[in-house]
Design a protein around this ligand. Structure first.
Ligand SMILES: Cc1cc2nc3c(=O)[nH]c(=O)nc-3n(C[C@H](O)[C@H](O)[C@H](O)COP(=O)(O)O)c2cc1C
Length: 435
């Protein structure tokens, strides 16, 4: 009998369970949103379930069109917040997000390595090339995706060189001899590239020997090329199993092309969960949560991603491949635009259904609206088909869903042999490399 490989599971600490109208529930705890305890509570529960990591995405702009009804992509700084969470947890990996388009690499190298010290080896870096925010950084436009990925590749190289520039064992702290650090082991990096000139070394030594896991999000051709060269894991949007299987196989082949092992890169799609004791309750919660999601916003999303304007279309009319104009030259995320086109080409959905699909309302994530058993069954199916190496959970609808996931879905996955029952190591990298 073959022993199933263990999944790697992360959970969003960004409170997706308060999205839509869910924050208006009496027990939502929304008042804690801009404090630390709210996140510590969730992270501790995720640690009790032995998850690989708690994850914070990020953006560097406020969408003022959305703040009348929700967070509008505003949040506390993720690395500062993870440092707060680090103090109250012991084992769980802490994945923060930093944009390679807007930050300088020296700052990111220092912040993530600082988090690594504060958490004793539990920091991870989610590398994003960002979707928006240029106006906050003196840029009239977002640089093209090619430009952003070229910069990201150089950025990641600089960060890794900086992390090597002051090795852990260069720090001596030898009271007897009076040697604090061995200067012969601390080297400048003298990096000069297309985007960055960085002398180094970093002014923080490296914590321990375990690598800081690198995670990447963005699955266009350029995104895959970049991710397969450096990332330990890919955070992806794969609304269906075939999309995940294709992406996983492609990333593994590309990683091998870079002289890495296929197993060095783990595909962890986002999994949006609306869970309740019965399917009808779950569907009701999903509908209630998204009740105020305006038709206009959905139509604007479809227009932005495909160029198709559905404003005058009847709700019951089907949208087919033939209706799609040539893809717009500029979209915020080609990954999301391609997933939406693919779904329309495959399913020809009616307008009213299209506007409720995860590709339009839910970042195109894999979605389960149902019971704990439904979620377990789907995860088992995707894992058994070799479509995923794990996933990043995004509970939605209510705080109760966080509980159903951590105390219902995860223990059942452990019982089935698909997930660990305890941590065997203490760093984020230890968790990721467990089979
Ligand atoms: C699943 C997923 C999650 C992402 N998360 C973030 C994020 O937290 N912050 C951010 O600025 N950009 C985020 N992005 C944007 C990507 O970093 C990238 O800029 C964008 O997808 C364009 O790259 P692409 O052409 O490869 O899709 C995300 C993209 C994907 C697909």
């Amino acid at each position: 009998m073959t022993v199933p490989r263990k999944l790697h599971i992360g959970m969003s600490l960004a409170p997706t369970w308060l999205s839509g109208d869910a924050w208006r529930r009496a027990d939502s705890g929304v008042e804690g949103l801009y404090g630390g305890d709210f996140y510590v509570d969730i992270a501790r529960r995720a640690e009790a379930a032995k998850l690989d990591f708690a994850f914070l995405p990020d953006s560097l702009f406020l969408n003022t069109g959305l703040i009348e009804t929700g967070m509008g992509l505003g949040s506390l700084d993720p690395t500062v917040l993870q440092a707060f969470v680090a103090r109250a947890t012991e084992k769980i990996g802490l994945l923060s997000t930093a944009s390679t388009t807007f930050y300088p690499p020296y700052i990111v190298a220092r912040q993530i390595q600082s988090l690594n010290w504060l958490s004793k080896g539990r920091a991870g870096w989610n590398i994003v090339t960002a979707l928006d925010g240029n106006a906050n950084f003196g840029l009239t436009d977002m640089p093209s995706p090619e430009e952003r990925y070229a910069r990201a590749a150089e950025f990641a190289e600089v960060v890794q060189l900086l992390w090597q520039s002051y090795p852990a064992d260069a720090l001596k702290l030898d009271r007897e001899s009076g040697q604090f650090a061995d200067p012969s082991r601390v080297k400048p990096i003298d990096f000069s590239g297309r985007f960055f000139d960085v002398k180094g070394p970093l002014n923080v030594p490296r914590y321990g020997k375990a690598p800081v896991p690198l995670v990447q999000a963005g699955a266009s051709n350029a995104g895959r090329a970049f991710a397969s060269s450096v990332a330990d894991a890919i955070f992806a949007s794969t609304p269906d199993k075939a999309a995940a299987a294709e992406l996983r196989a492609d990333l593994r082949a590309r990683a091998e092309g870079h002289g890495r092992r296929g197993d060095d890169i783990r595909l962890l799609p986002g999994l949006s969960l609306f869970l309740a004791p019965s399917r009808s309750e779950a569907r009701e919660m999903f509908a209630e949560t998204n009740a105020r999601l305006s038709r206009e916003r959905g139509i604007a999303t479809v227009r932005e991603m495909t160029g198709l304007d559905l404003s005058d279309w009847a709700a019951g009319r089907n949208v087919t491949a033939a209706d799609l104009p040539p893809p717009p030259e500029k979209v915020r995320s080609r990954t999301h635009a391609q997933l939406l086109r693919r779904m329309i080409e495959r399913d020809s959905p009616a307008v009213q259904d299209l506007l409720r699909r995860p590709e339009v309302v839910g970042s195109a994530h894999w979605q389960v609206v149902g019971t704990v058993d439904d979620a377990v069954e789907q995860i088992r199916d995707w894992a058994g088909s070799g479509a995923i190496d794990g996933f990043v959970a995004f509970p939605g609808g209510s705080t109760g869903v966080v509980e159903l996931f951590l105390e219902g879905v995860v223990p059942e996955l452990s019982r089935l042999g698909l997930f660990r029952t305890d941590y065997s190591g203490s760093t984020f990298f230890d968790h990721l490399k467990e089979d």
